[in-house]
Design a protein around this ligand. Structure first.
Ligand code: UDX
Length: 439
C-alpha cells in the first residue's frame, strides 16, 4: 500500500520506517530540509535504537523516500498519516496544534479523488472533528477526505518495537462517514492484525482521549510512587522495597512504579498539562485537581534533589564541584525536553555549583538547550575532583560503573542516586556514602 507520513520527528520517522518494514511504500514529508536530507541518506536525526538499520534497509530498497513537498504526498498516496508535533503553547498549558492544522491546510486542497487522513499526533479532544470540517471545506470539487484518529503509544528508546508490535491499535472514526478511514487502517495494519494485535475502533473523541488518558495514568503512577517516596523519607522507610512489594499485586503491577527524579520528556509533562487545559475548556474542571497534583509532585522531586545537594554542602552549593551523570530525560534516548536531569544540573549551576555533566547520547541536545553548563566527554572527566556525584539518568553505563574505579577519581566518595538505580551495597562496600530518593 502507498502512504505518506507527514512530520518526521520521533513519531513520524519511526512510523514511516515501520510501515516500510511492514511491506508498504512510504513517503515521509517534513518542512525541515536538513532532516529530510539526513533521513533520505538513511540517517536517523535522533538516537533511537534499531531505527538507523530500518531506515538504511528501506531507503536502499526504495520503499522509503523523503521529501519536503506536500504536493508529492498528494500525488503519491491515498492514505496520509499526520505525525507532526503538538508542543506546549508558550505561557499556557494548552497544546499547540498549529502544525496539525497546517498539514490539513497544505495537503487537502491538493488532493484529488478519495483520500484518508489518519492523525497520530497527540491532540486536544475535539481536534479530529474540527479537522474533518476543515477538510470538507478545503477539498476540491470531486475529492473526498475522511479524517480518522490513530493515536500512537510508542516510547522513546523502544519506538521501533512499539511500532511493529504495539499492545493495541486504536482507531477513531466518524461512524456517519463512509468507512474509508477504517478500511485504509485495516489494509495498512493488515500484517499487525494478522499477528493478533487488537484493533479497537472507537469514535473520534474517545480515540483522542485514549492517548492523553494513557499518558495521564502513567504520569499518575510515577507521581504516586514519588509521593509515597516523600512519606518514606519522612518515616525512614525504603520506597524501593515498598514498590517491589506493591508490584506483586497484579491489580497494581510493578511497572511505572520506579521512584526517583520523576518523569520528563516530550510527552508526559505536556500531555497532562494539555489534558488539564482541555478539561477546563470543556467545563470538566474537577478532573484537573488530580493532574495538577501529579505535576506538582513531579516537580517537587527535582527541588528535593537540588535541596539534598545543597544540604550535603551545609546548605550552600556555591563553588562546590558536582558531577551530574545524565542529561537525557531517560536512558536510551538523546531527548532532553523537560529532562529532570538537565533541570537539576541547570539549577545547581545557577546556585553557583561547579557542575560537570556527562551523558552517553544527549550531550549535543543538552548543549543546545543549556549551553552554559560544563559538558564532559566521559564519566571520568565529569567526576574528576567531584565532591558529590549525582546519578540523574539511569543509563546502563552508569548503573554498571565500578565504584572503586570512580572512587579513585573523585575528591569525596559521595553519590546521590536520584534514580535509585545503583547497587548501593556494592558502592558502600567501596567506601561511598550513598543517598537515594525515598529510602
Ligand atoms: C511516554 C509513553 O510511555 C508513551 O506511550 C507515549 O507514546 C509517549 O510518552 P516516553 O516519553 O518515551 O513515552 O517515556 P516513558 O518511557 O513512558 O517514560 C516517561 C518518564 O517517566 C521518563 O522520564 C522516565 O524516566 C519516567 N519514569 C518512568 C519514572 O520516573 N518511573 C517509572 O517507573 C517509569
Amino acid at each position: 500500500m502507498r502512504m505518506s507520513v507527514i512530520g518526521t520527528g520521533y513519531l513520524g520517522a519511526t512510523h514511516a520506517a515501520g510501515m516500510a518494514e511492514a511491506g508498504h511504500e512510504v513517503l515521509g514529508v517534513d518542512v525541515d530540509p536538513a532532516r529530510v536530507a539526513a533521513l533520505a541518506g538513511g540517517e536517523a536525526p535522533f538516537h533511537e535504537p534499531g531505527l538507523p538499520e530500518l531506515l538504511r534497509r528501506h531507503v536502499a530498497s526504495g520503499r522509503l523516500r523523503f521529501s519536503t513537498d506536500p504536493a508529492e504526498a498528494a500525488e503519491f498516496a491515498r492514505l496520509h498519516f499526520i505525525a507532526v508535533g503538538t508542543p506546549q503553547v508558550k505561557g499556557s498549558h494548552a497544546a499547540d496544534v498549529r502544525h496539525v492544522d497546517a498539514v490539513v491546510e497544505e495537503l487537502v486542497p491538493r488532493l484529488r479523488g478519495e483520500h484518508v487522513l489518519l492523525g497520530k499526533s497527540t491532540v486536544p479532544v475535539g481536534t479530529a472533528a474540527r479537522l474533518q470540517d476543515r477538510a470538507d471545506a478545503l477539498a476540491a470539487a470531486g475529492a473526498t477526505v475522511e479524517v480518522g484518529w490513530n493515536p500512537e503509544f510508542l516510547r522513546e528508546g523502544r519506538a521501533v518495537a512499539d511500532t511493529l508490535r504495539p499492545d493495541r491499535l486504536v482507531l477513531g472514526v466518524d461512524p456517519d462517514r463512509g468507512g474509508a478511514a477504517e478500511a485504509a487502517a485495516r489494509e495498512c495494519y493488515a500484517p499487525l492484525l494478522a499477528a493478533g494485535i487488537p484493533l479497537l475502533v472507537l469514535d473520534l473523541p474517545t480515540a483522542e482521549l485514549v492517548k492523553v488518558a494513557a499518558n495521564a495514568f502513567l504520569a499518575t503512577k510515577v507521581s504516586f510512587i514519588n509521593a509515597v517516596a516523600e512519606v518514606c523519607e519522612a518515616a525512614g522507610a525504603d520506597v524501593v522495597e515498598l514498590s517491589r512489594a506493591l508490584g506483586h499485586d497484579p491489580r497494581i503491577g510493578a511497572r511505572y512504579l520506579h521512584a526517583g527524579l520523576g518523569f520528563g520528556g516530550g510527552c508526559l509533562p505536556k500531555d497532562i498539562r494539555a489534558f488539564m487545559h482541555r478539561a477546563g475548556e470543556l467545563g470538566a474542571d474537577q478532573a484537573l485537581a488530580l493532574l495538577r497534583e501529579v505535576d506538582a509532585i513531579n516537580i517537587r522531586r527535582r527541588e528535593k534533589v537540588v535541596g539534598m545537594v545543597k544540604a550535603a554542602f551545609g546548605g550552600l552549593a556555591l563553588g562546590r564541584r558536582v558531577a551530574v551523570l545524565g542529561a537525557a530525560f531517560k536512558p536510551d534516548s538523546d531527548d532532553v525536553r523537560d529532562s529532570p536531569a538537565l533541570s537539576i544540573a541547570g539549577q545547581l549551576a545557577l546556585a553557583g555549583a561547579e557542575v560537570r555533566v556527562h551523558d552517553p547520547e544527549a550531550m549535543g541536545n543538552a548543549r543546545r538547550v543549556f549551553p552554559t553548563l560544563d559538558y564532559r566527554d566521559s564519566v571520568g572527566e565529569a567526576v574528576a575532583g567531584a565532591e558529590l556525584v549525582v546519578v540523574a539518568t539511569e543509563w546502563r553505563v552508569f548503573r554498571e560503573l565500578d565504584p572503586a574505579a570512580v572512587g579513585a577519581l573523585v575528591a569525596e566518595r559521595r553519590v546521590l542516586d536520584a534514580r535509585n538505580c545503583l547497587d548501593a551495597p556494592a558502592w558502600r562496600a567501596a567506601g561511598w556514602e550513598v543517598t537515594g530518593l525515598g529510602r
